[in-house]
Ligand binder design. Structure first.
Ligand code: ZN
Length: 584
């Protein structure tokens, strides 16, 4: 029969990875929070005052009235009147998981391994107390002794000591090999994977030791950190280091912060920040993401302030998109260059760290940054690429509502970006004067075609503006005459079909309208036209200044000269005003 051989532990681990007991039970019983648990009216006996308790920490429920209690499987089996295996199937279907059914032999091996790991963990803890060097090291790194016991930190002694211990527990050579703590080399000798390392036990979500992390304590050239190998019980993608030890605060404060390594979790704990966890790698799995979302709507990610850390943050950001649902996201803390949480807290303070948390940035902003970084100059081709990326990344989000909102957000960002680019270009007008002049000139035409009403407010200035390029200037005059004076509205289609103006210019105008005006509100458009017209004045004023300068030099008497100097200064002042406006 299906499910006959699945262990209770397996399904509960899967359940704990993805959900909470209170979420399950609240589908059937109205629960309200009380302290660290939930209470409600018992579904198994008639009562007026609630005596039915649900505890997520323990994954258990209990009724003080009728004394019924148990875990998720017990609840479903009693509530739905299902058999054990039917209950397991029900839970698996609800969680959308496929359970790999193990045969009895595998199951026995696994339960054995869990049992052996518990013994080994106790052995490591005792070994730390006995080894002065390791204990000194641990005390040096972890000043708060309570944390050494909270995190059950241990030490792996030399190979003989470990082998003797395992033998004394009755393990055969084969079983010793299966612990993954000792590896046989080519000469058929055992050597310890974690020998002489500080040990951080790694717990599953059902609070069982499923693996170990080892940190080098002699600071020699060996690898600093090593983990247990992936196995039937040690699946990195289903674990979060520190969750067991910090879960109380995580649940209470509904906060969770993901850091890179064990020592980061412990460093934060030393500063009394007890809501950190570490993934055992630089990526996140669906299970880990959903586990964190069970406790916080927006978990924080805090990776090291180096290239690798930033790259991992970006990978995680992209990875998360797929799973986004309304109301759930991530935020990213940016550590200063070269810092990790440990060094940051040592140099600064908890307060400063909380400030960083406050100023953490949104997932959507980080993803926008990733999109922007992927293009070089804002040529039409690259803007098209930008559009493509926006579509691609929004469509990665499988939730339709979130996906649509992301799309809108990116389009707004794109318009802001192009708008700022336009301003920035104008700030460096001296170096790119020629190119900029042309963009401004074409933008005047855009306004004359697409924003007639607004342009009418700048009537005189538009009429007086002289576009440096002859063709563009006569085009402007023609548009001004028809659209502003004669009020015969001419749209782009008419121009394309009925006039001699080159198709290329008209196409450019159409594209400029999309890249520069689309998405702006009327006020923003007004400011843009103001900037453009001011800018178009500069070359004219400069030309005028040059003429006056010549006159100053050629002046016949002081009086005439000083009059010209005044004029000259006036013009320079006007230019300066325009340029300063740009810099505002
Ligand atoms: Zn009851």
């Amino acid at each position: 029969m299906i499910g006959k051989n699945i262990s209770v532990d397996e399904i509960l681990t899967q359940f704990n990875n993805r959900s909470k007991l209170s979420s399950l039970i609240s589908k059937y019983v109205q629960l309200s929070p009380r302290g660290n648990s939930f209470v409600g009216k018992c579904p198994f006996h008639n009562e007026k005052t609630p005596s039915f308790n649900v505890n997520d920490d323990k994954g258990l429920f209990y009724c003080f009235g009728c004394k019924v209690g148990g875990n998720a499987i017990t609840f479903i089996s009693k509530y739905k009147n299902l058999s054990f295996s039917e209950s397991i199937k029900f839970l698996a279907d609800m969680l959308g998981i496929e359970i790999s059914y193990e045969n009895k032999e595998q199951l026995k091996k696994k339960n054995n391994k869990l049992f052996v790991y518990k013994l080994i963990n106790d052995f490591f803890k005792k070994s730390l107390e006995k080894n002065k060097n390791a204990l000194n090291y641990a005390n040096l790194r972890i000043k708060n002794k309570q944390l050494i016991s909270d995190f059950e930190i241990g030490f792996c002694p030399d190979d003989n000591e470990l082998i003797n211990f395992l033998k004394s527990e009755g393990l055969s050579i084969e079983e010793i090999q299966e612990t993954d703590l000792l590896i046989k080399n080519r000469k058929n000798q055992f050597f310890g994977r974690f020998k002489d390392r500080l040990i951080f036990p790694i717990f599953s979500f059902s609070n069982k030791v499923v693996g170990f992390g080892g940190r080098e304590i002699n600071e020699n050239s060996r690898i600093k950190y090593i983990n247990s190998q992936e196995s039937q019980i040690f699946k990195k993608s289903e674990l979060l280091f520190g969750f067991k030890q910090n879960s109380e605060v995580i649940r209470k404060e509904k906060k969770i912060i993901l850091v890179e390594g064990y020592m980061d979790v412990i460093s934060l704990a030393q500063s009394e920040i007890r809501f950190a966890v570490a993934s055992l790698g630089t990526t996140l799995s669906k299970t880990q993401i959903q586990k964190m979302w069970n406790y916080s709507d927006t978990p924080l990610i805090c990776f090291d302030g180096d290239d690798a850390g930033r790259k991992s943050s970006k990978n995680i950001a992209l990875k998360c998109l797929e799973f986004l649902v309304p109301g759930k996201s991530f935020k990213f803390i940016k550590l200063p260059e070269g810092f990790d949480p440990d060094t940051f807290l040592k140099k600064y303070s908890k307060k400063k760290f909380f400030e960083l948390m406050q100023s953490s940035y949104n997932l959507s902003d980080l993803v926008w940054q990733i999109i922007l970084e992927s293009i070089d100059k804002p040529t039409p081709e690259n803007i098209a690429l930008l559009d493509q990326k926006i579509k691609l990344l929004s469509s990665k989000i499988s939730n339709r509502i979130v996906s649509d909102e992301y799309f809108k957000f990116f389009i707004k960002k794109k318009n802001d970006y192009l708008w700022n680019l336009n301003l920035k270009k104008k700030k460096t007008v001296h170096t790119t004067e020629k190119v900029q002049e042309l963009i401004n000139e074409k933008l005047v035409l855009v306004f004359l075609i697409f924003e007639i009403e607004l342009t009418r407010h700048f009537n005189e200035e538009v009429s007086e503006a002289i576009l440096g390029n002859k063709d563009l200037n006569s085009f402007k005059d023609a548009l001004f005459k028809r659209n502003i004076i004669e009020k015969k509205k001419i749209d782009l289609d008419y121009l394309v079909n009925n006039t001699e103006y080159s198709k290329q210019i008209l196409a450019e105008i159409e594209s400029l309208n999309k890249t520069h005006l689309k998405g702006l509100n009327i006020e923003e458009k007004r400011v843009l036209l103001r900037h453009i017209l001011d800018n178009l004045k500069i070359p004219i004023l400069k030309k005028e200044a040059a003429v006056i300068k010549k006159k100053i030099l050629e002046a016949e008497d002081d009086e005439k000269q000083s009059a010209q100097v005044n004029k000259y200064n006036e013009i320079l002042k006007e230019i300066k005003i325009i340029q300063n406006k740009e810099l505002e």
